[in-house]
Write a protein that binds this ligand. Structure first.
Ligand SMILES: Nc1nc2c(ncn2[C@@H]2O[C@H](COP(=O)(O)OP(=O)(O)OP(=O)(O)O)[C@@H](O)[C@H]2O)c(=O)[nH]1
Length: 211
């Protein structure tokens, strides 16, 4: 991955460095239709780019990742525990690319079609392309230009870790997307029962507000 030119290159990032506290076990490996949640994210990204990096929590068992021949790292030590910005920065600082396309590990209804829509805006001169669904922005299902790397570092250093506060500091293009199910993320066992076990999707679905 490292020695190709970074121009026009796209790297996929799967954020799996969270603690899954509300879920009670690593939600990346919870399953929908027999398939791990994280694999839905990986496969959607693989439709866009062959270069996908998974950023894992230190306690995740890596055997599954190795079996599936996936590239994975942990958050840089300095920024561990600092949330999604730490994951994005950790990949940006180790894998060179022009653009990075980010997904969380807990959106098992995600699809590549949505990601392809975001890509259409990458020549707009913007630094981030972020979907909005019924007014809820989704910065963890988004694209970031390599230019924002140092700004992310600054936010990490200042402990300004909220994505919602980070986005206004860069040139962000918001894209309204109405594929409601694609944005469903699973945080709790109740949500797992509702969306996965009972397949109780939109219009009942509610979208997690970004921290
Ligand atoms: N690399 C990295 N990813 C993170 C970090 N914190 C959260 N994420 C990921 O960001 C996504 C959204 O995070 P949350 O929904 O809050 O997940 P979580 O932190 O595991 O869940 P809780 O512990 O219940 O808050 C998930 O895919 C997480 O794995 C982090 O510090 N580093």
């Amino acid at each position: 991955m490292g020695d190709e030119s970074s121009v026009n290159k796209m790297i996929g990032i799967v954020l799996a460095g969270g603690q899954s506290k509300r879920f009670g076990q690593p939600k990346a490996f919870a399953k929908r239709n027999g398939k791990e949640f994280i694999l839905y994210s990986i496969e959607a990204l693989q439709c866009i780019t062959k270069d996908v990096v998974v950023v894992i929590h230190p306690e995740i068992d890596t055997k599954w990742l190795q079996r599936n021949q996936l590239t994975y790292i942990q958050d840089l030590e300095l920024y561990q525990g600092k949330g999604p910005l730490a994951g994005i920065y950790s990949v940006m600082s180790q894998f060179k690319s022009e653009w990075y396309i980010v997904l969380p590990c807990d959106t098992p209804f995600i699809n590549a079609h949505l990601l392809k829509k975001l890509q259409l805006y990458r020549n707009d001169g913007c630094e981030a392309i972020v979907p909005s669904v019924h007014g809820n922005i989704q910065p963890l299902i988004a694209m970031y230009h390599h230019r924002v790397k140092e700004k992310i570092r600054w936010h990490l250093e200042q402990n300004k870790l909220s994505m919602k506060h980070f986005l206004p500091s860069i040139h962000t293009r918001y894209v309204e997307i109405n594929d409601d199910d694609a944005f469903i993320n699973i945080n709790t066992k109740d949500e797992y029962d509702q969306y996965i076990v009972h397949n109780n999707l939109f219009p009942q679905a509610s979208f997690s507000k970004t921290k």
